[in-house]
Design a protein around this ligand. Sequence first.
Ligand code: AMP
Length: 432
Amino acid sequence: MSFNSLGLSQALLKAISKKGYTTPSPIQQKAIPPVLEGKDVLASAQTGTGKTAGFTLPLLHILSENPKEKYRPIRALILTPTRELAAQVYANVKEYSEFLNLRSAVIFGGVNQKPQVARIRQGIDILVATPGRLLDLESQGLLSLKRIEIFVLDEADRMLDMGFLRDIERIIKMVPDRRQNLMFSATFSKDIKKLAHGILHHPVQVEATPENTTVEAINQKVYRVAKGLKTGLIIKLISDGNWKQVLVFTRTKHGANRLCKKMISANISAAAIHGNKSQSARTKALTGFKKGSIRVLVATDIAARGLDIPLLPHVINFELPNISEDYVHRIGRTGRAGAKGEALSLVSADETTYLKGIEKLIDMKLPVEIIEGFEPDPNASTEPEKRQQGRGGNRSRRNSGSGNSRTSRHKNNNSRRRSKGNNDRRSGNKRH
Ligand code: AMP
């Protein structure tokens, strides 16, 4: 199948060709036609599948077909959970609309609102936004959502994980009842289905990859290791392999910082990316990583979500996630676009339960290796660490709507450590 057969305008085909895309990805093949027909779409797709173009291309087509008004009301709203994703989606919108007479803007918290407001004042057709800043600006009367024709909810599952349910409900009340809705989610939990039911009208359901399956192109391996030897082992693996671009996952922000410092002491350039980092520090880390000046990016699950890092050769789980689905998201960062990737997990005795949960979810046993000098501790307890238990934080009223285990985990993290250096009232405690 080619892009030509999807019914997109010449201006869009020109932009697609400029990007170098030749064939629509499976999610694009499935999502673009029903969106063009004006239908609501509920899509199961994660980052890396080409989902952004899957909703952006037909959205731009529809907006450019309809006559524009001199006064440009915002006609399409794309809501994303994180700033990074908002920035990436916006970059795509701009690229794909290069040959169209459409204007767009992006807004998110943690940065001065003035330039964002100035851009909106000039008149825009498409707004990409995170919920917190959107509600802030709306409540200040600086933007209106009354003329929205197309509403896109990107990474809806992560939205719920981050406690945005109430914000989404508030935003839905601000947009017209008659509108086209597109909702994208990597997973389909009960909460997601409920949310979809409340937002979408008779949606066409499309799926890019079967739920909870790991990409075949990824070599997965487990290194059994004593907890205290993990840092030494990861440094050895990266140094011996002379790996140049490695994404490392830790469970906590603190753990990410600590590991990052140890890497730097071992002469491996590294940066951490998580919610306590300022926007400029996160952008700098990501740019350095993409350019190759930073070899190792240490990230927490939430911060890594939505990052567009093409063709990543190595992903290492310094700690296994306690939510099995997160493992699938993490390793989905490698082996993209047909390239072979490697996903390694350093597993200590106390993570045995998590490993079992992951193997059950992906329905395969992961091969295990033990490296001499970095053996597991035969006397260590296989009980999960205490801090992983006793879930169920006490704050965040925002989380009340999605009582799943992920939400509880984030609550727990949030209540332990408050986000620093962030003036955005709404997003302050949600960025990991
Ligand atoms: P996404 O899942 O939207 O984050 O996209 C993942 C990556 O795939 C991005 O770098 C896109 O630029 C790229 N991409 C999207 N669609 C295509 C396509 N049809 N052919 C090749 N690359 C694509």
